[in-house]
Design a protein around this ligand. Sequence first.
Ligand code: SF4
Length: 442
Amino acid sequence: MLISILIRKPNLQSDGYPEITRGELHSFLESKGHTVASNPYEPDINAELIIINAQVIEDIYYSLIDDILYRTSINQVICIIGNPVACARDFIYEKYRRINAIIPGEYENVIINIINNIESKTDLKNIIGIYKEKKNLPEQRSININYDEFPMPDFSYLYYDSSFYNKICYLTTSRECNGKCSFCEGYIYRTIVNNCCKKYKTADRVIEEIIHVNTAYQQSIIAFSDDNFFPNPEEGKLRAYELAEKILSKKIKIKFILNCRADNVDYEIFKLLKRAGLMKVFIGYESGSEAVLQRYDKQISVDSSIMAIKTLNQLNIRCDCGIIMFDPWTEIGELRQTIEFFKKYEFQMAVEWNGKSILHMAGHTKLRKMFIDQAKASSNFIFNEDYFHNVYKGFIPYPFFNKTIMKIYGYYMNNLKKINMYDRKNILNNTLELLERAIVEY
Ligand code: SF4
């Protein structure tokens, strides 16, 4: 079957992990005997199946689907996949009747079943793993391929993209994280896939992949874009140790970056990783307030975050940080603690961070449910089907329970445009100072 995979942004720099997921999907489908056309702009008009890999909600909001639907024929089956952070939202089915399936979480078997049903001209509606009822998660499903057994990612469709050949190559090594954060959609979707298979690649496989992209695509700067490079704390440490040792013993000349949790930072392991080429880490510290970390079920204390920061500073490893300044329950004391925490230590912000630091209450997460329950009991919020869509589109204000925080947030957002977003070195301090001014104002 001819299958068309759509790439919204061919720029690997800013949109890495969807590309590698597409790279893996591309080679996975080819390994099943299908012809795959990956294209950044237009669906292949001869394809029977069009797959849109929309990793983040913005992929949907920025009219991606309108654009694609305009170019497709009524006979083409259109699926949206979002892995690991599913972007699928209730309103998509409502608004886009031409979308045939939305698949959150790991998708290989579901896609294969869809292909079988297209070939046998059978309805897709009984396939397990597809969003059916908009309010429910798909049924639990199994996967039957060890992550080590995936074919090597195919990046040949990126031949036109100079950012790929000149800069960073995104690879994935794991689909696990031991965290259970109450805002994390990835965590929810991990729970609907049975853990029947190995969901992280061994050090040997990761080395094989590094050598593959090194020789086939001349890549020497690697971004491991897993949610968490340490799939689970102990095995993750052992794997990291083994991987670093192998990179060093094989004299592989690479630089790499990775994402992890603060409690994964261990002096000896990170020292070795640095020798092997680690140059940057991303950690979602989120907040400097213990109460907020508890609200997020982060299972990491402010002290553990500080320990991670100090270790990385000691080893001179740059750390980009994740920060959530505002959520519906935010209180002034929490904001102050967050300002103090982030001002005290030196942080860099990820390139796409723009100061709009609000919690996204993603579908099916514990915090979204908690918000809905409380908001429905309050007379200040009027719900309809598109409530969250309208919040994130800015059609209705972000909902705060505390009225003063609403004003502080309004002041902060109105003045954010005065901050130079290209001044990456000072952007965090500048926004924190703005937040301080907003608090003083109210
Ligand atoms: S640590 Fe990150 S990936 Fe893991 S559950 Fe929390 S937010 Fe999700």
